[in-house]
Structure formats: C-alpha cells, structure tokens
Design a protein. Structure first.
Lengths: 416, 164
C-alpha cells in the first residue's frame, strides 16, 4: 500500500515502517519558540537539565509583542536574548517578522520535521514540511533531544480542481473548507492538498491554506513539493534545499473531499468561531470599525498587492482604522521596492512593523466595546483581539480591502 | 481516587477563553496569570473552584493557541482532571505533559456542580449527585507513562530519553 505525505516524512525521520495510527519517535529538523510561549519553554528546558541538541536549528522568535508594549514583555525578551547568547542558538529580533513566515523563507525544507510552540507552525506544510505546533514542554524536549514522539496521523485528502473566480482566493478556499468540516473536522489528522488548482497555486496561497489547517484541528496541512516550491526556494536563495515530494498514487486516505474552485465565493468567518462561515453576499452591509490586512495568514507580498490594487488612490470609510501588518522584514522591503507601501500609506493605512500585530489582542489595534473588525488573520475567538465585548470577522485580503472602503462587509468583485 | 465538584463549560472552549492573549505580559508571573483562568468564559470560576475539582467541557475543548499556560493555570487552580466529549490535539498533549489527566467521556451526563468520584486506574467516573456511572476512553501508553511521572519534564529528568 502506498504512503501519504505525512506517512512518508515520518517514516523517513523515524527510520521505522509506520502507518496512520502508529506512534513513532522522529528526528526534529527545526525547533522554535516565540516570545509568548518561549520563556516557559526555556524554563522547562533548563529544569530538565538537557543541553541543546542542535543550536543552529533552534530558533527563538520575538514577533508576538514586537516591539514590546510593556516592561514585563520586555523582560521576557531579555530572557530569550540571554538564553540565545549563552547557548549559541538563533534569535530572530523584533522587526524581523512572524516566526511562520521566516521559517518558510529561511529554515524549513520539503520533508523536514518542524516543531514550534505556536499552533500556526503548520504554515510550513505549504512547502512540504511536516510542521506542527506543540506546547512548551514538547518543544523543550525537541530542543534537548533533537527528536520527539508523534502519532502518525490519518489523512483527509482535499482535491481541488478548476480556476478561482476573480476576487476569490486561497483564503476563501480554506475558510470554506473549515466551514464544511468544522473546527474539529480534522482533529489529530493530516489535511493533504492536491488537484490542478493546487498545482497552479502560488506558494503564498499554499502558506495561507496550510496556516489555517489547525483551525480545523489538523496536526499538519501538507502540500506536495513541486516546481512552484522549487522556484520559491530558488527565489529565497535556497536552491539546494529543494527536493520533490509527493504522496504515492495508491496512498490510503481516510476520506477524499472534492472541491470545485470555480464555485467558491468570497467567504467570511463570523464571530466567534472560525467554522461559523458565510458568503460575503449573506453578510453584505455588516458594519465594521477596523480592517487588518497581514499577519502570518495573509501578510505576504501577493496579499499586499491585492490590497494595494483595491485601495490605491482611494480612502477608507470614515471612522475606520485600516491596519497593515507585513509578515516579515523581507516582505516589507519588497513591498516598499514595488511601491505598495507608499500607495497604502497614501490611502490612509497604518503600517505596523513586521510581526503578529493586533491578531492576539496584545497591542497595535485592540478593539473597543461593541466594535467589529474584519481581519485577514486566522482566529476570531471571543476576546481574541483583546476584548470579549468585540467581534471579529475573518476574510481574504480582497474582501478586507473592499470592506475598508465602505466600512461594511463588501464583495471585492464590486470594486475590482 | 479523585473526588471533587464538576465545573461545566460548553462546546469549543478555546485557549483564549481559558487564558486570554491580552495577559501574555503575566506569563512569567504565573500566580498573577492564574487569577485570570477562564476569565472570558466564566468570570467567577476562579472564586468557585476548590482543590481537587474537575473542569467538564463539551466538544473540542482547548482549541486554538498552543499556549501550555492554558492547562497550567487550570492545574494551578487546583483542578485534578479535565473531562470533555472531545479535546483539541495540542491541548490534550500539553495537559498530559503537565501531569493533568484529560478524560474523554460523555459529559452530557454530568451537570454543573455534581460531585464526581474518578478512578483513573479502573477507568470509571461516578457521578455521586445523580448516581450515574461513566467510562472514559483509553489514554495511549506513551501518555500514561508521562502522566505516571507527573509530566514530561519529570519524565525526562528520570529517564533521560523518550521511549515508546
């Protein structure tokens, strides 16, 4: 019997012949933390008495509170910098960008096992890495042993065919899928994407989809490594990190879900659950006070291009804040070079430093009582953006930009 | 044998409900952080909970962020086990790694405030208040071994390696 992508990678990294349901111990190629989960990881690591197995493959990211909004978080940052210096591991500074974006730009390769103390670690599945979020204790063990235990997940194959309509993108596809299977529709499982729409899809789109697979409960969201992956890694100056990777044609899937991309509509997650989806048409006219475009879900150059295309030479609606959070320093530099940043600033946008921005409610755009935000990020739980009395809608960069112009949820096809 | 009162929550309690991201600045001050446990789901939980009590959730308990602080502040509140119909993957592993049992069972049969008696070895939950008996799903051996040592870090300190 053939193997799924998840099975192939875990077999190679464990040296064991394994199938879905088995438990293996697999080598970890990259282990990382961020600044809100990292201090606990480091303390547990220190408590364990271990030393770093692979300092050059151990990365501490300062991205969630970057730059720090208060003294306590600044002290956590000092703690991480000190640990990095004393243990010769890598520190990614405030302003470098969100961990998940830098992991795909710089560190993760097809076939790697990547663990991070952040649930959106799944993003690197977009380039064919078995990348999964874990808690602080598990990442501390990966720091010290260079390995951890994994249950080989069952796989749901998502077969996507046809071309997207104008104004519809990868974000609409993943929101639609989560709405269809539910927030626990893939718990403990791998979501593996294939089909001609996926072959044609940009890496930015693949990362957006992989990033949100955890919102269906998935352990990993995997894409084959193909020509697009090769070109992406070459563009990052990492030619030698590429290798092709695909599931066997006779791999065994728990279920195959077919999606016709031509039928997808601009889609929105309503408060307070990601699987509480509706089409933009159904929500037309819903008032919003803030729009956020960016973060690890949709803060790549392609996303900023879409937003700029809609927003340039226009102005946001009255009483609306338009916030842009580029995913990384590299994305920001590229967006400056091609002129998007100037056009967005002229159109009234607030440009945040590369990082997580207001997504997790720490700073840079917390919501007031009764306010609603339309965000391109990945979560809309109650209180997520700092206030349980506020409302978060999730959508694509095109829908977010179109809605910024009107102050209400708007179909991007009306302004394209 | 574990004994305590059930504190019931609904479906889809996220780690943001358990410990909101806005308190990230307290994550290196755990006693202060723990005062906000379940603040966005039940603001009175922290005053009601007693040592040994149980958190009883619905489906997909603990979804969202990988923050291990979520099961950590539940444990610090004195909770001796979490019961739920189903639980999100990362949360499940995090709780076990902290030595906090997570039991999968039909929580519809338990009411808020019921007195429960749980025998982890026998795999039984007795609801003293309504007289019903429940069983819970088997915890994988690798996780039982971690639970037996009181968590993953104590396990590593003792064994120096992971075994399956």
């Amino acid at each position: 019997m053939g193997k799924t992508l998840a099975e192939k990678i875990l077999i190679e990294k464990s040296g064991m012949d394994a199938k879905a349901g088995d438990i293996v111990i697999a080598k970890v190629d990259l282990a990382f933390v961020q600044d809100t989960t990292g201090p606990l990881t480091v303390r547990q690591f220190q408590e364990s008495g271990m030393s770093l197995a692979n300092p050059e493959r151990t990365v501490l990211f300062i991205d969630h509170a970057a730059p720090s909004p208060n003294a306590n978080l600044s002290n956590d940052h000092i703690f991480l910098r000190d640990f990095s210096r004393e243990n010769n591991c890598i520190l990614s500074e405030a302003g470098d960008g969100v961990c998940h974006q830098i992991v795909v730009e710089t560190y993760a390769s097809p076939g790697d096992v990547v663990v991070g103390s952040d649930s959106h670690t799944v993003t690197a599945g977009g380039l064919g890495a078995f990348a999964t979020g874990m808690g602080s204790s598990d990442v501390a063990v990966a720091f010290g042993l260079g390995k951890n235990w994994f249950r080989v997940p069952e796989t749901l194959k998502i077969e996507v065919t046809g071309d997207f309509q104008k104004g519809v993108s990868a974000k609409d596809l993943i929101l639609y899928l989560i709405g269809k299977i539910g927030a626990d529709g893939a718990t403990y499982k791998s979501l593996e994407f294939s089909g001609d729409s996926i072959s044609k899809m940009s890496m930015a789109g693949r990362f957006t989809i992989a990033n949100m697979t955890v919102e269906a409960g998935a352990k990993v969201g995997l894409f084959p490594a193909d020509e697009k992956t090769k070109q992406y890694l070459e563009g990052e100056g990492r030619d030698s990190d590429y290798r092709p990777l695909a599931a066997d044609t006779d791999a065994e899937y728990e279920q195959i879900i077919e999606i016709d991309a031509t039928k997808l509509e601009p889609t929105v997650s309503r408060p307070h659950r990601v699987d509480n989806t509706a089409t933009v048409k159904e929500l037309k006219g819903t008032k919003i006070q803030q729009v956020v475009i960016g973060t690890c879900t949709n803060g790549r150059l392609e996303d900023l291009a879409v937003a700029t295309g809609i927003l340039k030479k226009r102005r946001p609606a009255r009483d609306l804040r338009l916030i842009i959070a580029p995913a990384s320093r590299s994305v920001l530099l590229d967006a400056i070079a091609v002129g998007y940043i100037a056009e967005l600033v002229e159109a009234g946008a607030i440009i945040l430093p590369p990082g997580c921005g207001p997504c997790l409610g720490l700073h840079q755009g917390a919501l007031g009582d009764g306010e609603a935000c339309l965000s391109t990020a990945n979560r809309n739980f109650e209180g997520r953006m700092g206030n349980p009395k506020s409302f978060i809608y999730l959508a694509s960069p095109a829908t977010a930009a179109a809605s910024a112009l009107t102050g209400e949820i708007t179909d991007p096809r009306e302004v394209l | 044998m574990l004994m305590g009162k059930a504190h019931k929550f609904g479906d889809s309690i996220s780690t943001d409900h358990i410990i909101p991201g806005k308190y990230a600045h307290l994550r290196s001050n755990l006693p202060e952080l723990a005062k906000h446990v379940f603040e966005d789901a039940d603001v009175n939980f922290v005053n009601k909970v007693k040592k040994g009590d149980f958190v009883v959730g619905g489906s997909n308990f603990g979804l969202g962020s990988s923050r291990e602080h979520a099961p950590l502040v539940i444990k610090m509140a004195g909770v001796s086990a979490i019961l739920a119909k189903s639980v999100a993957r990362i949360f499940f592993r995090n709780a076990i790694n902290l030595g906090l049992p997570v039991l999968i069972c039909d929580t519809d049969r338990i009411n808020d405030g019921d007195e429960l008696q749980i025998d982890l070895a026998a795999g039984t939950i007795k609801d003293i208040t309504n007289g019903k008996e429940l069983t819970f799903g088997k915890i994988p051996d690798v996780m039982l071994a971690i639970l037996d040592e009181g968590g993953l870090i104590p396990y590593i300190k003792k064994h120096g390696d992971i075994k399956i």
